[in-house]
Design a protein around this ligand. Structure first.
Ligand SMILES: NC(=O)C1=CN([C@@H]2O[C@H](COP(=O)(O)OP(=O)(O)OC[C@H]3O[C@@H](n4cnc5c(N)ncnc54)[C@H](OP(=O)(O)O)[C@@H]3O)[C@@H](O)[C@H]2O)C=CC1
Ligand SMILES: O=C(CO)[C@H](O)[C@H](O)COP(=O)(O)O
Length: 505
């Protein structure tokens, strides 16, 4: 029997995501109650909702500074309620669940829309399930603009509860402009929705690094002015391999944005070169993606290099001490003179290099999801991940989605995206451009941790004879770690059978 759909939703956490989702829920026919721990945050919402919503919807959202009236507005302690949490990861959600515990009852559904560590989500789901309360691990992507207009959503958890809320989430989610399909899918059991969102952010971190490096090469090395870079990014984002690539599209807008008042100046030029959200622990997904890749033995150097670059960027004061110690020239990108004709050719190489490296970031992320899904028995469908990332999210990239979705749908279970024939053809077609860009920009001393790591990734993944032959011998020399012999074929991922007494102890 179909369950009665919810008519009300309680949004807990009225920050940039929560407040915008509240308005979108109101537009999707729900009565919305909003709560935040800080009274000031609730006071700040009044003008936001007044200006952001059509007048006839104003009465659909009511904000609360205390839990009891907030929870009563949703029906109180004995009526099944729908919540969405949009708060920082970690202890905040545990505190919320503790605070509202007396009001929770069988049939309640809690959508955790934060960037949560998947094991926290699994723990909460396990604790609430015996009481008939469904905790849904719900990745939400696309930043606050998408929270307002339609995000990409990766929910997972109790199947019946998800069945009940999926029609609402399908209305709420971004729609693929090609097919009109909502960018949401039930990804599997508890925790994996947050895992997929974590990896989305890992891939995002890789692409942010790649685009960042392309920007420096154009701006600092080739001395292209920002308005022209805006046009270049604009063209890249219109057609070809980078079409409708969100981070390229917004790169065009960022480079073209001038201060409206005063003498002409670009906003991006006043931005300090620090990315701090990993280092101040406000965001965990980048860190966890790197940890998970290492823990599950999945090679993900594009994602990891972008991450370590960000960490080094965060503490500018410490960096300046290193600059003082090592000298300025070591870390400074150098200006180059490139003839006009050669410049066009180089920019085309750069465009393809950005694509080739972006494909590496996707491959690494998908391989990580595949491995985690296998380890945990989640059964995550990689094609569904690509489908829900087609619109509304930060890593949306039409060409890559058009390439990967049909391949993954056809193949079903894939453990390594680089083994797919069409992906191989794409890498073969574009890696020469990536190689040329890395080669030249290395000479220019540009910062290219992510581009160069992506090149090396392809090189070692496609290496028939790796120098690790020598590494294995060294490991055997000092650690008696033993090795497999070439004559024995590929063998398993297991300790070898042979040891040589290289030197007596
Ligand atoms: N910003 C983005 O682009 C995206 C963010 N996310 C995730 O969504 C979640 C919310 O992000 P965002 O809106 O950007 O963050 P904000 O900091 O803007 O909002 C979080 C809100 O939750 C409040 N809060 C903190 N602790 C509690 C609590 N225990 N109970 C109730 N409210 C609480 C905060 O109050 P206070 O002001 O006191 O801190 C704040 O108002 C995070 O998990 C984030 O990682 C997901 C996708 C995109
Ligand atoms: O979740 C997000 C987008 O999807 C948030 O924007 C988040 O802040 C991204 O952080 P990071 O780049 O550190 O992963």
């Amino acid at each position: 029997m179909p369950q009665q759909a919810f008519e009300k939703i309680g949004v807990i956490g009225a920050g940039s995501m929560g407040s915008n989702m509240a308005m979108l829920f109101a537009e999707n026919g729900l009565h919305v109650s909003v709560f935040d721990v800080k009274a000031q945050n609730i006071d700040n919402l009044a003008p936001v909702f007044r200006d952001g919503l059509e007048p006839e919807l104003h009465s659909r959202i009511v904000s609360y500074k205390e839990y009891p009236p907030f929870l009563d507005s949703l029906g109180g302690a004995n009526v099944p309620k729908l919540f969405v949490l949009s708060i920082p990861h970690g202890s905040a959600a545990d505190k919320v669940l503790e605070d509202i515990d007396n009001y929770l009852c069988t049939g309640d559904v809690i959508l955790d829309g934060g960037n949560e560590w998947y094991e926290n989500a699994q723990r909460r789901q396990k604790a609430l399930q015996p009481r008939g309360i469904s905790y849904i691990s719900m990745g939400v992507s696309g930043g606050y603009q998408s929270a307002r207009r339609g995000p990409s959503i990766s929910p997972s958890g109790d199947r019946d509860a998800l069945q009940k809320v999926l029609p609402l989430l399908e209305r709420f989610a971004a729609k693929d402009p090609k097919t009109g399909q909502p960018c949401v899918a039930n990804l599997g059991p508890a925790g994996c929705g947050h895992y997929v969102k974590m990896v989305h952010n890992g891939i995002e971190q890789g692409i942010l690094g790649i685009v960042n490096e392309a920007w420096e090469i154009m701006y600092k090395c080739l001395h292209i002015d920002l308005d022209e870079i805006s046009e270049i990014f604009g063209k890249w984002g219109e057609e070809g391999e980078l079409r409708r690539n969100f981070l390229i599209n917004i790169g065009a807008e960022i480079c073209g944005r001038h201060h409206p008042d005063g003498p002409p100046s670009h906003v991006v030029n006043e931005v300090q070169d620090k990315v701090v959200q990993d280092a101040d622990d406000s965001e965990g997904t980048g860190i966890w993606s790197v940890m998970e890749a290492a823990r599950r033995h999945v090679s993900a150097p594009t994602i990891a290099s972008a991450h370590f670059f960000r960490i080094a960027s965060a503490d500018r004061a410490q960096r300046l001490m290193v600059v003082h110690n090592l000298g300025e020239s070591i870390g400074a990108a150098r200006k180059q003179h490139v003839e006009d004709a050669a410049r066009g050719e180089f920019l085309e190489d750069l465009r393809l290099a950005v694509y080739c490296a972006t494909l590496a970031s996707f491959a690494q992320g998908l391989n990580l999801i595949a491995r985690a899904s296998e380890d945990e028995g989640w059964g995550v469908d990689l094609a569904s991940c690509i489908r829900i990332w087609r619109e509304g999210c930060i890593i949306r990239s039409e060409y890559i989605a058009d390439l990967l979705q049909p391949l993954l749908e056809k193949e079903g279970k894939v453990t390594n995206v680089l083994t797919l024939k069409r992906v191989g053809e794409e890498v073969a077609r574009t890696i020469p451009a990536l190689r040329r860009v890395v080669q030249r920009t290395l000479e220019w001393n540009a910062h290219i941790p992510t581009l160069s790591a992506s090149l090396e990734y392809y090189k070692y993944c496609a290496g028939k004879h790796l120098p690790s032959q020598f590494m294995e011998a060294e490991l055997d020399y000092f650690g008696a770690h033993s090795y497999d012999k070439k004559s024995e074929g590929a063998g398993e991922v297991k300790k070898g059978k042979h040891h040589v007494e290289w030197k007596r102890a």
